[in-house]
Design a binder for this molecule. Structure first.
Ligand code: NAP
Length: 243
């Protein structure tokens, strides 16, 4: 199947990580669909992608983090695009530094888990059936290395939320060992930013986007965790497919 016949749904496509992936997929000739709760984020995304690819970007205002919202958004999307061949899930948030646990409330923890885990689960449950039984299809989940270590004092709940997303990906791999769809995870062990907000050691979201788009295009591996800790890893791990 050529890229122009493939429709990639990028969950969280209006975010920092997701927008880089959306742009790169469009540049490769894919059609790309993005659902966001915020229409103005979708407008900004449209102006961010290459002008010649804008007609291949399909946007839907919706909430993939609630069961009803995800179903509604799915119907609205399918009416527009007919089919989805690939999904990249990049839901969550970039950073959380609310303080050490004794200063936090249950509400804070709820929000962190809702944003990193519940939305990932709810949207997976709604959208995975669209690609599950097709060998040419893929479902790729973006996760963060914060799940394995405390990034700095005060980021503890980020570690809790990110760890729950890592565990959910492990559950998917082990509960669905023989699913035809290519099921992969990209685990980013460093910060990701737009060119204006880069810090030492960070990945440019455009470079990360190119690497993830290459992974989707290649569609060869499954049940694999691609760990990315530096810009060099993007080339060796994703672009060249070395594991
Ligand atoms: N940025 C980094 O430095 C970094 C580093 C390593 C890993 N990561 C991982 O990359 C992923 C995305 O991070 P990001 O930096 O792109 O975050 P971001 O800019 O905040 O974007 C996150 C996206 O998730 C969506 N979202 C959040 N909560 C939701 C909910 N309850 N229901 C539905 N959608 C929800 C938002 O959708 P709306 O458009 O609807 O608001 C937004 O588009 C996360 O899993 C994060 O762990 C990020």
């Amino acid at each position: 199947m050529s890229t122009s016949d493939r429709v990639v749904l990028v969950l969280g496509g209006a975010g920092t990580v997701g927008s880089g992936i959306v742009k790169a997929l469009l540049d490769k000739g894919f059609k790309v669909a993005v659902i966001s709760r915020d229409a103005s984020r979708l407008d900004r995304l449209r102006t961010f992608v290459s002008p010649t690819t804008q007609q291949n970007l399909i946007t839907v205002v919706g909430n993939v983090g609630s069961e009803d919202g995800a179903e509604e958004a799915k119907q609205a999307l399918l009416e527009q695009v007919g089919k989805v061949t690939d999904i990249v899930s990049s839901l969550g948030f970039s950073w959380w530094q609310g303080g050490p646990p004794h200063t936090q409330t249950l509400k804070d923890l709820h929000w962190v888990i809702e944003t990193l885990l519940f939305s990932t689960f709810v949207s997976w449950k709604a959208f995975f059936p669209l690609v599950r039984d097709t060998a040419e299809s893929s479902y790729t989940v973006i996760t963060g290395g914060a799940g394995e270590k405390l990034l700095m004092p005060g980021t503890g709940f980020l570690t809790v939320g990110a760890a729950s997303a890592l565990a959910f990906c492990q559950v998917l791999r082990e509960e669905y060992p023989e699913v035809p769809c290519k099921l992969n995870q990209v685990k980013i062990n460093t910060g990701v930013a737009t060119p204006e907000r880069m810090a030492p050691g960070y990945l440019n979201h455009l470079d990360l986007g190119e690497a993830v788009a290459a992974l989707v295009e290649r569609g060869s591996s499954s049940h694999t965790v691609f760990a990315v800790s530096s810009p060099a890893d993007l080339k060796t791990v994703l672009l060249e497919g070395n594991l």
